[in-house]
Design a protein around this ligand. Sequence first.
Ligand SMILES: Cc1cc2nc3c(=O)[nH]c(=O)nc-3n(C[C@H](O)[C@H](O)[C@H](O)COP(=O)(O)OP(=O)(O)OC[C@H]3O[C@@H](n4cnc5c(N)ncnc54)[C@H](O)[C@@H]3O)c2cc1C
Length: 418
Amino acid sequence: MTGLPVTPRFDVVVVGGGIVGLATAHAVARTGRSVAVVERESALAKHQTGNNSNVIHSGLYYAPGGLKARLAVAGCAETVAFCREHDLPHKVCGKLVVATHPTELPRMAELARRGKANGVEAHELDPAGMREHEPHVRGIAALHVPSTGICDFRLVAEKLGELVAKEGGEIHLGRTVHSIARRASDVVVRTDSGDLIGTQVVACAGLRCDELAKASGADPGIRIIPFRGEYSGFGNRAADLVKGLIYPVPDPAFPFLGVHATRGIDGHVHAGPNAVLAMAREGYSWGTVKPKELLGTLTYPGMLRVARTHWRYGIGEVHRSLSKAAMVREIQRMLPDVRAEDLHPAGAGVRAQAVRADGTLVDDFLFVDQANINGGSGAGSVLHVLNAPSPAATAALPIGREILMRLTGDSLPPLGAA
Ligand SMILES: Cc1cc2nc3c(=O)[nH]c(=O)nc-3n(C[C@H](O)[C@H](O)[C@H](O)COP(=O)(O)OP(=O)(O)OC[C@H]3O[C@@H](n4cnc5c(N)ncnc54)[C@H](O)[C@@H]3O)c2cc1C
């Protein structure tokens, strides 16, 4: 006798096959629980995780006591240990944060203070000292941060997926989750090709996390505003001007770190990312426009407030996006020998930045239990990751352990711990 197909059931279902979802699934699998990852693309890490600067951040920038500070500092060491254990390309090359104007010095001092409070080693350098690290850099002072590194987060994510599968977890690709419904004792995850049931569900949907929360009946209290970050590749001559990582002093009004020069793990040098409003959630170029999504962004009260407060900065970023000469001038502040003919377009990533209706750009990571955002009733629990911008790739392994702890109370040791 053939019955109705049985809905697959797991201890935990994770929505999203980016590095945060995969690190969460990996932490769950380490405890012996059953887990499934549901990803709408045909491959893992197609969005933020696979299109970023690939910098293993030290934890220097983040407000002491916040999640970003704690999880980035832990993630920096853990990502390096993970890459080492699994023979993934990485390098702890250190980085310079360079002040080019006296007005930046107080902000640089604040970074040094934050670094100290977060337990991150940072050394103040004069121009001669900074040129020992980067002979072609120009500035009036710098911070050298030895623990910053580089890797390939796509490879890290793929390795996590491999480990989840090895532990018996399931990875479902090409499957879009439409909604998540809490029931008396579990949670139904509705996808375009059938349901899955989880005792608990974690939604790590990056650029679409607010949309998914809403579709599940919960008011996320934020909207994701997609900010594209474009990169410029350096030709061979200019690449010789950069040994490692050269960053500006960031503007504290924004959660972005400013256009920096990076020598990647493959040896290529690029500068970026800038930050321009994307015309679609996955708007990787000016040509990708989704009118409905754009209208939703532009009419969101929080976006209107961001535009009113930061219009000057926004116009500057658009100018640098559309004018090569403007981008070159930005890079020349730190690397005066770079010329326009040295640069070529080198792809883009889109950041999922949570913005509140009052125009606040959410700074810290944001993990919210659906029960607390009016998402129906029932004992099955759902956790929404509603803000996981940079440095969430660096912090992903501790984020996965943090989410596991919030879901189950289980606390796992960091990977690579003796
Ligand atoms: C330009 C740029 C530069 C950055 N540089 C750095 C850096 O140097 N260092 C660093 O640490 N961090 C950096 N970041 C941040 C980092 O990339 C992100 O914090 C991190 O990748 C977030 O991972 P995620 O898994 O939350 O999101 P994502 O990688 O975007 O994954 C979310 C996944 O969910 C899937 N999904 C969405 N909706 C659904 C649905 N309904 N059903 C099923 N699946 C769904 C998507 O397809 C996607 O694969 C950068 C980001 C950008 C954009």
